[in-house]
Design a protein around this ligand. Structure first.
Ligand SMILES: Cc1cc2nc3c(=O)[nH]c(=O)nc-3n(C[C@H](O)[C@H](O)[C@H](O)COP(=O)(O)OP(=O)(O)OC[C@H]3O[C@@H](n4cnc5c(N)ncnc54)[C@H](O)[C@@H]3O)c2cc1C
Length: 516
């Protein structure tokens, strides 16, 4: 081995949210840690996140806020390191914060405070951060020391453990690369096909006219339909990515196994001690979804939609983009605060209301018999909304029924330009009650057929990544390659909008930092 090769216990690839957290935790355990980052600055995505104020966690974070081929995988890490753990760290550093909405916590000031806090935590652990280090080769090291050998433009490094925290493919200009997938593929680990998400959707063809409303925002409920569609190659895109790599050498299987034995002992010696914070008893998004009868797949997002020069964006659409696949529909309810006039429509949201009845109450519904002093219960379906239908004004006896009346009714509920456009392209076929009902129904379920997304250049996150079946859920260590860890966005775990992605970065970083 060359004398110029620098030795560490742990090499962390990538000085982003997950990598810095992992390095700090490992360093504070007494591990000698180097973080290798090809940018000239650590934490670039953190700096621009949350509009510069970093939505660093979400109080209502739970596994249901994440998308993964294995929805159970994230549970363990998320339980070990919860939003209140990170909040405690933020408070310890005196960073002022506020809850914006739905449990989303932001810095009062600049996101820079979060990066500085992570760097200070790394410094406490004696972590060395090597910037401008572009990885050229990465392989299992031979010789008695074993471990991993990484060659970079800033020198050569060797370590017992290698933590891959290089993130996903979103926003290449901030330094995103496919290195993490390449390393995974090199070691024979499966990859769930990466695709851009939390990304604006592009409209074309017949729907291109919508872009004329660029700048218009409205409160809607949006969801992606037909989400079960699989991508053509099946769930997993295996090692093809490795074909594009230069210089990353696959380890001979025997070396991998030998290394496995030496590392298992080291990693099992360390066991995370879970702090016992009281978890939040409910999840706001889940409760509101349940209340509105929407707790079923696909997820429905009740937020703002924004029309752009290329298509649709805004939180409701970005969230729906997590579940959208090419060829699927994006469905928008433009009248979510209103009732559907014909409640027999089976697709419309409803709640079940359980009413405790007096013993002798045998009016409508299907009362259950009372038992042991518990009063009987009547189960009734109740349709959402205010009880008002969006075109109510046109239904009044003697009311005008024409395009002007339609525009006026829609303007009561929607921004003027949007109301006028919907009246123009979605007006009823005639002015009968049946036609008005059909028009209302369409407003509740407007189907867009996006031509695509704005791609990784505009995507906040990457869905897919290293297949969780390859990793231990408590430690993020590769099952087949002891000593090799994957954390953060490079893993096939993607959060919804609202601080969940950072919480995953912190939690998976801590899980690996305690075990590597
Ligand atoms: C504009 C924007 C705003 C966002 N806002 C929020 C928000 O407010 N809240 C939230 O929860 N999430 C937000 N996200 C998502 C969040 O930033 C990511 O999910 C999170 O940063 C992932 O952490 P990570 O450490 O896995 O990856 P990253 O933070 O992307 O870090 C990966 C690091 O690896 C480095 N790297 C990559 N390739 C190489 C290589 N070949 N060699 C060496 N180093 C390499 C990168 O330069 C980077 O520093 C936002 C994302 C974007 C793009």
């Amino acid at each position: 081995m060359s004398a110029d090769v620098r030795q560490f216990d742990v090499i962390v690839m990538g000085a982003g949210a997950a990598g810095l957290m992992c390095a700090a935790v490992a360093g504070q355990r007494g591990r000698r840690v180097a973080v290798l980052e090809h940018n000239g600055q650590a934490g670039r995505k953190i700096l621009i996140s949350g509009g510069g104020r970093c939505n660093f966690t979400n109080l209502h974070c739970g596994p249901e806020n994440f998308l993964s081929e294995n929805p159970h995988f994230a549970k363990s890490a998320l339980a070990l390191y919860q939003p209140l753990h990170f909040l405690e760290l933020v408070e310890r550093y005196g960073i002022r914060w506020h809850e914006k909405t739905l449990g989303q916590l932001f810095c009062d000031g600049s996101a820079r405070a979060i990066v500085e806090m992570l760097l200070a935590e790394c410094a406490r652990g004696g972590v060395e951060i090597v910037l401008n280090a572009t990885c050229t080769t990465c392989c299992v090291a031979g010789g008695p020391a074993g471990g991993f050998h990484v060659k970079t433009s800033a020198g050569e490094f060797q370590s017992e453990s290698l933590v891959v925290a290089t993130g996903g493919l979103s926003i290449p200009k901030l330094g995103a690369t496919g290195l993490g997938y390449e390393i995974a593929a090199q070691f024979g680990l499966g990859i769930v096909e990466p695709r851009p998400a939390l990304v604006p959707l592009v409209l074309g063809g017949d729907e291109a006219g919508w872009t004329g409303l660029a700048g218009v925002a409205a409160d809607v409920v949006a969801w992606a339909d037909k989400t079960s569609e699989k991508h053509p190659s099946g769930a997993k895109a295996h090692a093809d990515i490795a074909g594009n790599m230069r210089g990353l050498k696959a380890p001979p299987p025997s070396e991998t196994r030998a290394k496995a034995h030496s590392n298992i002992a080291a990693s099992t010696a360390v066991r995370a001690k879970a702090l016992t914070y009281q978890s939040y008893p409910f999840k706001a998004q889940q409760v509101s979804a349940a209340v509105e009868g929407r707790l079923r797949t696909p997820f429905h997002f009740k937020e703002k939609m924004l029309v752009t020069h290329r298509g649709l964006s805004g939180p409701a659409v970005l969230q729906a983009s997590l579940y959208w696949r090419p060829g699927a529909e994006l469905v928008v309810d433009f009248a979510s605060g209103f009732e559907v006039s014909h409640p027999s429509h089976k697709d419309q949201p409803q709640v079940l209301r359980l009413t405790a009845l007096a013993q002798n109450d045998n009016r409508v519904g299907h009362p259950t018999p009372g038992v042991h002093g518990i009063p009987p219960i009547r189960i009734e379906r109740e349709w959402m909304g205010h009880g008002a239908v969006i075109l109510k004004a046109l239904r009044e006896p003697g009311a005008r029924r024409d395009l002007d009346a339609l525009r006026k009714a829609l303007r009561e509920a929607l921004p003027r330009r949007l109301a006028d456009y919907l009246a123009e392209i979605g007006g009823p076929q005639g002015w009968t009650n049946a036609a008005l009902e059909e028009c209302e129904r369409r407003l509740h379920r407007w189907e867009f057929h996006p031509a695509g997304t704005e791609g990784f250049e505009k995507a906040e996150v990457t869905v897919g990544g290293v297949d969780t079946a390859e990793l231990q859920a408590r430690t993020m260590e590769a099952r087949a390659v002891p000593g090799l860890f994957f954390i953060g966005e490079v893993v096939d775990v993607t959060g919804q909008l609202g601080g969940f992605n950072f919480q995953w970065a912190w939690a998976s970083g801590v899980a690996a930092g305690r075990a590597c």
